[in-house]
Write a protein that binds this ligand. Structure first.
Ligand code: SF4
Length: 389
């Protein structure tokens, strides 16, 4: 197998010709121009942050991509999906779009429609058969399976459960249906514990029944019953039950890493690896993720200086290169890198900070299912005219 190239636009600049945007433009022209055809429906899949986070990817990078795509006659849109669960701050399309707007992502700023591709309640999903070790069937956001091309634009960070949050997670979780997001994070769909359920006697309709967007909850013998086939795993019923009678159980982190890799593979196989391209933005690199949402999102100071932008057609190679560059960088004084003793170049930054999780395991899991290559050739983007401005 040919070793994939990972392009690297480093963040250092001494003139406008050396600016990160100039280098980004060059990668887009080198890598995407021949892959995109006039009239192509192109999804630019990104993450627009959580309500109180401030270190999400700046909309300007997305706008720049969109400008190139439109110049070539493509039909781009900015794509996201609803977050895990229904009641969380990004749980519905409407709530997510409010977050996006508050963070400066609007049609006016990114020059393309912003579409939450799995619909208002995350029900616009499609089932795909897979030959995974963990899953034989996964769900994906239906609209994203219909595009001609998908560009993953991921703000690279750490993630408390996955390890690294880059291209693999942006596709594996970000393009997954709500049901799959649930099954990545929890062992099984919600189950009613009949010994706790009291039938919600004070309500004309039980809160779990009202909350369910797909009418999967009913009552039998004054106890809630969930139709597992209908359930899309939004766990609104779990949150709304006054008795806490509907139960779920978290998966192990090692399971979650493998599950994400399998979902990425499922999406890649569905639309074709040749129809996907990946950018990882190693800017404001937080050890915590953009998708942290149970606490409405938050940020710490970055763990290493801004490094730049990586680009590759291989989602595994680009994530491996991202981790390698972060580990090679010095830590930022006063950050979690210092607090956790991983300041030296070469230290395992995310592993040392996240502690109970090996970030490389996500990449090992992806390699085992042949998602891509952990070996790569790093090609630095040279500036055209270092002295020009
Ligand atoms: S049964 Fe519960 S978890 Fe399943 S779709 Fe309905 S509200 Fe969501």
């Amino acid at each position: 197998m040919e070793v994939p190239t990972v392009y690297f636009a480093d963040a250092r600049a001494r003139s406008s010709a050396e600016s990160l945007i100039s280098k980004f433009d060059r990668i887009i022209e080198i890598e995407l121009k021949d892959k995109i055809s006039k009239g192509d429906l192109v999804a630019v899949k990104t993450h627009m942050g959580s309500p109180l986070s401030t270190r999400y990817l700046r909309p300007f990078y997305i706008r720049r991509l969109v400008e190139h795509l439109k110049k070539w006659g493509a039909k781009p849109f900015v794509a996201e999906t609803t977050g895990l669960g229904l009641t969380n701050p990004r749980g519905t399309a409407q709530k997510y779009l409010e977050v996006a707007t508050s963070h400066g992502f609007t049609q006016e700023t990114v020059l393309a429609p912003i579409i939450i591709a799995d619909g208002q309640f995350g029900t616009d999903i499609t089932k795909v058969k897979v030959m995974g070790n963990l899953f034989k069937e996964v769900t994906l956001a239906k609209m994203l399976t219909k595009v001609d091309f998908l560009i993953s634009a991921a703000h690279f960070t750490g993630h408390a459960f996955a390890g690294p949050a880059g291209a693999i997670k942006n596709i594996g979780v970000g393009c997954a249906g709500k049901t799959s997001k649930g099954l990545i994070h929890f062992r099984n769909k919600p189950k009613v514990n009949p010994s706790i359920c009291d039938g919600s006697p004070g309500y004309s309709i039980a809160p779990c029944i009202t909350a369910c967007p797909v009418d999967a909850v009913s009552k039998e013998n004054n106890k809630a019953v969930i139709d597992e086939e209908k359930c899309i795993f939004c766990y609104a019923c779990v949150v709304k039950c006054p008795q806490k009678a509907i139960e779920t159980e978290r998966t192990e982190k090692s399971f979650l890493q493998k599950a994400i890799a399998e979902h990425t593979k499922a999406f890649v196989q569905t639309i074709g690896k040749e129809n996907i391209y990946n950018f990882n933005f190693l800017i404001e690199i937080d050890w915590n993720c953009d998708c942290e949402h149970l606490q409405k999102g938050w940020n710490d100071i970055p763990i290493v200086p801004d490094l730049g932008i990586l680009a590759s057609s291989d989602p595994l190679a680009i994530d491996q290169a991202s981790i390698d560059l972060i580990n090679a960088a010095p830590g930022i004084p006063g950050s979690m890198a210092e607090e956790c003793g991983v300041m030296e170049p070469g230290a395992d930054k995310l592993g040392g900070i996240l502690k109970d999780i090996d970030p490389q395991n996500l990449l090992v899991a992806a390699e085992e299912i042949e998602l891509g290559s952990r070996k790569y050739k790093l090609e630095k983007i040279e500036v055209l005219s270092p002295k020009s401005t």
